[in-house]
Design a protein. Sequence first.
Length: 624
Amino acid sequence: MSCLDSFPQDALRETPTISLNTADYVSCCKFTSGSSQMRANGIVSATFNFEKSEGNVGEPLSSQIAVTSHARPGSRPITLSNLSFGFKGCLDEIQLLHSSDQATFGIESRLYNCTLEEQNSSGQKPRWSGYADLTLSPGQTKTYSFPIIFREAGDVETAAYKFCISTGNFDLTVVTDSIPFDHSPKWWVSAGGVLKLRKLNTGSGAMVKVLPKPPKMEIRLPDVRDHYYTDEPVTLAMEIWNKEDEDTEAVLEVRLLGRSKDTLTYSWIRDAASPMKEVPAPTDGDEVDLPGHAVGRLAEGEKTVEKIRFTAPSDPADYALEVRVLYHVLSDRDIPISKILIADLVFNSPFETSYELTPRVHPDPWPSYFALQEGEAHAHVSSTDAFGIAQKWHLRAKIASFAEEDLELKDLAVETLAVHGGATCSITREFGVIEHAMRPQEITEWSFDIECRKMNLEERRPTAVDTSLNILWQRAGDPQKNPTVMTTLPIPRIHIPSSEPRVLATAAPNASTPSLLHLDYTLENPTMHFLTFELSMEASEDFGFGGPKLRSLQILPMSRQTVRYNVYPLVEGRWISPALRVVDRYFNKTLKVQATDGMRLDKKGISVWVPGKDGEGPSELREG
């Protein structure tokens, strides 16, 4: 039934109030709803729209209520005592209360810019309310625009509508709780004093998605490097720039995460260039709940720099640096805002190494098995002095720079970690003070002398030595900005056999006749057996030699002997390969001749370099 058929229209024109109870009034009213709209008997309709389908926490979002009177022309104005909209989500209600405004009295449609106040109660969702002129003349549309600020992220949807008419004779409340989706929401605008509708292109104007407040704080890493190196002390500066429109209070959180979820520990640097700021005391009973490294108060547009220090991992790895600034603006401490910056940190090894171990002839005579040494006779049982057989070895370390820039080598040393097999071991370097600039991809060689001695003559176990190479270096440039770094690289375990016979070859030119070479073969018998060796030197077209072509050599237990051949080369600027065959008659085993310093060992056996007329050595020896 239409209210127009039963409602006394003349009473609206002439009588300001009508004595009708609410039930009678509602029974004669027909309610229809559409597009966030409610209608009572076709006399009053109201709509609510958000200007955008998305908003942000803490930022104003324009909203609009439009109320239209559909009363017959000539009817008296209708005054709503209040008009409210209920919502689902993080907003409770928006309410307009009537406040007469004589300055805007008239029948033309109007657009009002209203100011609403937020009301918060503990444990309750926020409400917004304000005052506006809710008196509507027939055919008049009044639009109320106002900003809403959300405090929480989430979806907000218009859910219910209610308006009230209060007179001296009755109070009328009209409620609807079913809001259908509107596919073409409208927004009222004022153009030349005339209200016009424009279509919103953001979906239903009765719904909005509230996103977290977008951070305006900026994080920069002004001096981060493309590459860092293992074991290197690293200092990282983080610049924080407040681009908010007001002062802020902020803290920093930093994490260094590896692929295996392991983290690097760091410490904050407090110096004159980057002082530690204090968070100001809370005011008005508000508590500052921002855990982390305090950045403190930053004025609008202010920058500050905070620094951390850590040591790079010992092994090459990739890490992610996560810098998170957590802050709030001073005008709204209840809304925490965060900004995250993630950067990759690559840690590479600055060096690659390889090692070559060759034997040497120990210059000291071997101890006699048949005579007790004086030191051994007076040694205590628990003494650490060694009285056994001694051996010398040459350790050649090749170091290649894998850095992207020049590095300065400051020092090199081989550290002995453990010695196994009843022996002592000392390692000395064969170079002086190091001040060497290494270019990228450059390879350098460094020599170390290893002396290993058995604890006593009865010790038969093989010796194993665990070592590492310590490299002291720094980046080229300002030493104040580039600290020295100690990089420790493991050296493969050094195995030194000591219980088997061996043959060592050495070569030296004759003092008076440089073209004549003395080729010495040292035969060692570290066993407890009396051994006989058969020696045979093969002839060659590259040289002539002086010495026995065939001979037998008897060597006592725990002793050694040296056999010399004088070699006269018939070529120049080439390698010659004297082939001496040594057979251990007792074990019926052919011994392999081992090359010492200045010689080469290949498939043919040992080789000796014969200088040319210019006297230069081979390229591989010149590089060493």
